[in-house]
Design a protein around this ligand. Structure first.
Ligand SMILES: NC(=O)c1ccc[n+]([C@@H]2O[C@H](COP(=O)([O-])OP(=O)(O)OC[C@H]3O[C@@H](n4cnc5c(N)ncnc54)[C@H](OP(=O)(O)O)[C@@H]3O)[C@@H](O)[C@H]2O)c1
Length: 420
């Protein structure tokens, strides 16, 4: 049983006035501005009978029309409460708390999506620790999910309840049973694509797309070095670079990960905790060096990665799972005239066209078999802390997904490795 009812009234800033509203005086609990302050939300206990009462409440700037609409509307729906992971303070995995949150209704241009699965990403760790700063505190982490549309905002066309969609990026908040999203940031899923697989690949796949198709266009004859080759992004990156005709060298930490990287198209695998990867790359390329390094490990590999590059090679830094690399003087690039970029998938999918193109290439590569998706680990959403701990301690390979607890029960009988 909900304890309160909410109703909203629009405000017209251009028409200040003092207007009586027929609503009971005593049970009124609160009224406050929300969001962009174009709405006023009032709250009353849900057992309150609203008939035969009246009170005068001074609401500056309310239009008569808006008031009439508010008081003639049927009793409004109660606020939607969902379970979500919340972060109230920065820190280790233990700061991920399982809580009830209110998500409200979608506004203009927005949709509400019931998540079927949520992709876990290293970026979630950065936000949890404060390496990247969240725009609010507390916050709900998560930037990758797939699910079903359960409500659309007023006047929205092109999306409807029941659509299956995936999203990657802003706003952060996918560690939740349901979330509100901007309709133009989601992509429709091909019917053949399982939403759990989609949630595990939409962000990571578009990152791989950015790396091999846009930052440095991989072509036949290129030699590429991929660190963390058995990771979520790494697995996709190796498969994609191989399919484009490159010789792929991957680094990994364990023999199990080495076996996976080979299956994913690495022609050479280096165990970078045991071997000096710079010397090994030198051997493999007969001293020529590689055309491009895709480096997401950061601190532990950055300098070595530069050493692996051939003259005029491309250093593509896109993450720092081992920590931030040390600052680099520009002159360090001079000896080999190297190119350096610190790339973010978010700035390669800013327009709707870019988003659809990137997602479209990922989906078509899955459809054609170029990308085989490894969902190697599934956790109930409530156990996100355990998932973070495993990701950070390098225990995971391929993609990791969080599944809302109710759905997880049904999924648990499915095989652990989804390999399509
Ligand atoms: N720029 C972007 O737009 C973008 C988008 C998505 C992801 N990323 C970055 O891509 C990287 C991979 O992300 P992911 O979510 O797919 O994670 P992931 O690769 O599945 O996991 C991280 C991997 O990094 C390796 N690693 C090396 N040193 C590590 C250390 N000290 N601590 C933890 N891991 C270490 C581990 O592989 P080994 O055990 O084999 O060493 C680990 O499995 C991250 O750095 C992430 O920030 C960037």
């Amino acid at each position: 049983m909900r304890s309160h009812l909410f109703f909203s009234i629009s405000i017209d800033p251009s028409r200040p006035s003092k207007i009586p509203i027929s609503y009971p005086p005593s049970p009124f609990v609160s009224g406050h501005h929300r969001g962009n302050s174009s709405n006023l939300q009032l709250q009353i206990p849900s057992n309150t009978h609203t008939k035969n009462h009246s009170f005068h409440f001074i609401l500056p700037r309310l239009t008569v029309k808006a008031i009439a609409r508010a008081i003639s509307a049927p009793a409004p729906e109660a606020a939607t409460m969902v379970k979500a992971i919340r972060v109230h303070e920065l820190g280790g995995p233990e700061v991920l708390k399982w809580e009830d949150v209110e998500i409200g209704e979608p506004k203009e241009g927005e949709i509400r999506v019931k998540n079927k699965a949520i992709g876990l990403n290293f970026i979630d760790v950065y936000f949890r620790k404060g390496v990247y700063k969240a725009s609010t505190m507390p916050f709900t982490p998560g930037v990758e999910a797939a699910g079903v549309v359960t409500a659309v905002g007023p006047g929205l066309t092109g999306r409807k309840v029941g659509d299956v969609v995936a999203y990657a990026g802003n706003p952060m908040g996918s560690y939740a049973e349901e979330q509100i999203l901007s309709a133009d940031r989601v992509v429709p899923l091909p019917p053949s694509l399982d939403p759990i697989v989609a949630a595990s690949v939409i962000l990571k796949g578009m990152t791989a797309h950015m790396l091999v198709r846009r930052c440095f266009k991989v072509e036949p004859g290129h030699t590429v070095l991929v660190h963390a080759a058995a990771g979520g992004v790494g697995s996709l990156l190796c498969q994609w670079a191989n399919a484009l005709g490159a010789t792929v060298i991957g680094t990994v930490s364990t023999t199990e990960k080495a076996a996976q990287a080979k299956e994913d198209g690495c022609h050479h695998v280096i165990m970078y905790k045991e071997e000096d990867f710079v010397s090994r790359v030198n051997e493999i390329t007969s001293g020529k060096g590689v055309d491009v390094v895709y480096d997401s490990v950061g601190k532990d590999t950055f300098q070595g990665s530069l050493d692996c590059l051939k003259p005029r090679g491309y250093m593509v830094s896109f993450g720092q799972s081992s920590g931030m690399p040390d600052p680099l003087p520009l002159t360090a690039l001079a000896a080999k005239s190297l190119f350096l970029t610190r790339a973010s998938m978010f700035s390669y999918t800013t327009t709707r066209d870019e988003l659809l193109e990137a997602a479209g290439e990922v989906f078509s590569n899955i459809g054609s078999g170029v990308l085989r998706i490894r969902v190697n680990h599934k956790y109930p959403l409530s156990q996100a802390a355990q998932a973070h701990e495993d990701l950070e301690s390098r225990k995971t390979s391929g993609s990791v997904v969080l599944i809302p607890d109710g759905i997880f029960e049904q999924e648990i009988s499915a095989p652990d490795n989804v390999f399509i």
